[in-house]
Design a protein. Sequence first.
Length: 626
Amino acid sequence: MLLFQLISVFPVNAGASGPSAFIEFICIDANVGASSGGHIALRLGETVYHFQHFPDRMFRMVREPWPHFRYIYNDLENRSLHIARIRLSAPDCERISDHLLRRYLIQNSQFDTLAGLAQDCALIRSFLGRERCLSLRGVGLFDPEQQEDAYAGRLRGAVFQKHGGDFLKKEIAKADRALTSEPIAIPDRTWLCISRDRLPGAGDIYARRYTDLLLKREALAILARARPLADGILCDPASFDTGHESALFPAEREQLAKFAEALLKSVPALVASRRPDSGYPLLVAIARYQAVQRALAANRLMVADPFSCNAARVQSRTVAEKRTVAERLARRARRKFEKIRSDVFSGPRISEADYNRLENSAGRYYEIQRGLAIGESVRVEQGGLIPSASGPVPLLPPNRNRERLAETLALAEANYNAFLKQLRAACAYHILRANCATELVRVINSSFDSHAEAATALGGELNPGDALGYIPFRLSELVRERWRVTGTYVLPSYRRRQVAKMYALGHPVAVYFREFNTLSSTVYEPVDGDSAFFFFTDDIFWPRPFYGLMNIAYGIADAGAGLLSLPADRGNRLTEGLRGVLFSLPELIFCNIRKGSFDFVEETVEHPFSRPAERSEPAFNRRVAP
């Protein structure tokens, strides 16, 4: 679905605050997809921790801002969140928060080590290959063929003025010598061990040293040749939106001119930096300086393309089919861009972080507008973005013969495979012994020195998998029975909230008969992946088996129609019909899984029920059907 691919592009605003003297245990209702059995998470302040099974078959801890988590699960995936608040002492709450953060950082460090070992293998294979070339981030921002750029020439002049006219030439020659003489040091296997409580040993990754030095050498060469930005790197947010204010205001011109001067001063310092990883920041500074100067010259706000070459793409056909959703996303992106533009230029001076926010919002808005205007695919990428287009860089192999390189490659591959095996064992998923429910309880308990201490802090003893506690909804019941729960509340799913509003404003019977099915509903529109169904059954109970029987008949009919459209849609309708039958079967025994989902929901800064007063019976903890 388009929005599930784009949602991380336009995340809700996320606050950051320290843990309060309580934790909130969240049980998320089931729905079709990866969590058809429900899901479990833990909220501390404005941060949520939970475990997910990733496509690489690794089961990993995830850390997300609460507004973003709630928006994904409660709104887009249309799941109700059942929340139990557990009162703790402030030191115990901080202890759990610190332990979760530590575990999260250790896990990320382990995967970072695995990526470094893979880089070692890939680099040595490149030395042995024919092309002997690496693709490095930031290099693709510049055109290697064009003549010198006047703005880049100013940066080069600032370096010459600070360090002398032959400084760049000497630094490039020094880098060449280091690249060819640097010994290939493969990490000792003894520090490649996995522990949930300790960071991996401080081993040295040869590929990172080499690529950092190679990138710095290439950045110096780009600066020495005053290379211009590559074609298509500049993003003009107003180019596909004639109704958008394109001209820079005088205050904006003044702020951008100050930022350009700051960049002009930073480049000589980056050139002389002895940090091994200063090559990429140098390339970004060169690109931003050129982008700002071109924006000032054109009197239009333009930024360097913030997307990397690894960005996923929503294909043009999908954008065309979901054009209404894409247009709503574009309007949201425009509002965000205008808000950030206003915020950034309201202060006395633009910081690097401010400009990065502007770059992100402008680039994302430009990308979706471009896709809508010219019918191309739309790039999507999670998190904060910094201009990082990759480009090819020739290798300077070390002075080693092929036989020694082959031996070194064998050792590097052995290291990688051994570490991968350990990491897979540590991050293994098991439906009963290691799932989102058992692992969250396990990591909470391990915040304390003993089970007795954990039971004292939480109000009772609860071990992973106890009394069917590997099932999310059952674990939620156990938490309410055994831990010190001082309040419970429910955040109803998006559809149930909207229907409840309609009941309050209109005739209940008319609202019910309009909204109880997928064809006449004004809230829900059928979404790819939801399966074929007719009746909603999440907000009713006694009629559920009858509705489920009708849903099975509807799914069979849709699958039959899918047989006729098989050549045209490659079996998509047939698959959705059969999945509709599958997810309707539990309804025959009063169980509901499928609730429908949404491609787009207007986000709010704060959910109206996300900060309720503690209570045992929340106002919305009831069914909305009459």
